[in-house]
Design a protein around this ligand. Structure first.
Ligand SMILES: CC(C)(COP(=O)(O)OP(=O)(O)OC[C@H]1O[C@@H](n2cnc3c(N)ncnc32)[C@H](O)[C@@H]1OP(=O)(O)O)[C@@H](O)C(=O)NCCC(=O)NCCS
Length: 234
């Protein structure tokens, strides 16, 4: 038994040592590994670390907040070529609403009270070429964010997001699609993201798409399917 006069200063020291040290060490590892393998865009070791220690699978060329430990709950899969901005958080389970208490003691065995894990994580699958804006929150009942989708800064997403939809707000609603339906179909079947970056051509990717269609026309076409977006978001 620790002397009661020592308990408070030891607890205070542990308080100061625990979170800062663990996070610092992890940050140093991540920085070092990324540095050794040309950064998070391509590092295979970082991807192994996140897959094995955090149970977050991150596809090649995806980058950003998904490489912050704990930012994405376990059982999250991120496709290839995704951009995840600062402050994005993915939550894949709720506390139990139907138990006597929602406190973690009563469902998380790591706290030493509950005999087993009582709440499953709901796997989330984020597609390819998804851009998630700063500080967006993805809530536990979301299972799929489609290829090419855009989540606006600060959005709170509580439903699945279809491919190439742009969603904004709290709760997130679809404001438009990035492209007209025929172009979306072509992109989804073409699966360009399966190619390595060396095989992609700047002339195809570094300007508005589809090629030859002025940006304003493409934008107004995608706005014309706003009604479709309303149906999907209902
Ligand atoms: C969503 C976004 C991509 C713009 O998409 P867009 O289709 O061009 O959207 P528009 O600017 O035409 O706005 C469409 C509607 O969405 C609303 N909107 C746009 N961004 C929004 C946001 N972040 N939150 C809430 N509403 C937003 C607009 O007010 C507009 O609403 P209205 O139709 O009722 O007037 C952009 O606003 C955004 O959030 N970008 C993320 C930036 C970021 O996080 N960068 C981090 C570095 S990677």
């Amino acid at each position: 038994m620790i002397n009661k006069y020592l308990a408070a200063p030891i607890a205070a020291a542990l308080y100061f040592l625990y979170p800062s040290n663990a996070r610092l060490l992890r940050a140093i590892f991540i920085q070092a590994v990324g540095g050794l393998e040309s950064g998070e865009l391509c590092s295979q070791t970082l991807r192994r670390i996140f897959r094995d220690y955090h149970r977050v699978k991150i596809g090649l060329y995806s980058h950003g907040e998904c490489f912050i430990p704990g930012a994405f709950d376990c059982h999250t899969t991120v496709g290839r070529y995704c951009s995840i901005a600062r402050g994005v958080r993915v939550m894949n389970r709720n506390h139990p609403l139907e138990f006597k208490s929602t406190h973690a003691y009563f469902f998380n065995p790591r706290l030493g009270f509950s005999p087993a894990d009582q709440v499953d994580f709901i796997p989330l699958n984020i597609g390819n070429d998804v851009w998630i804006g700063a500080n967006a929150l993805i809530l536990p009942n979301v299972r799929r964010i489609g290829d090419g989708a855009v989540i606006a800064a600060g959005a709170v997403v509580n439903k699945d997001v279809p491919p190439y939809a742009i969603v904004v707000g709290n709760p997130a609603r679809i404001v438009r699609f990035r492209f007209p339906p025929d172009v979306i179909e072509e992109l989804l079947s073409g699966r360009w993201w399966e190619k390595p970056i060396e095989e992609l051509k700047p002339a195809e990717f570094c300007q508005p798409y589809p090629l030859g269609v002025p940006e304003c026309d493409a934008r107004s076409q995608s706005r014309n399917i706003h009604n479709q977006a309303d149906v999907l978001s209902a």
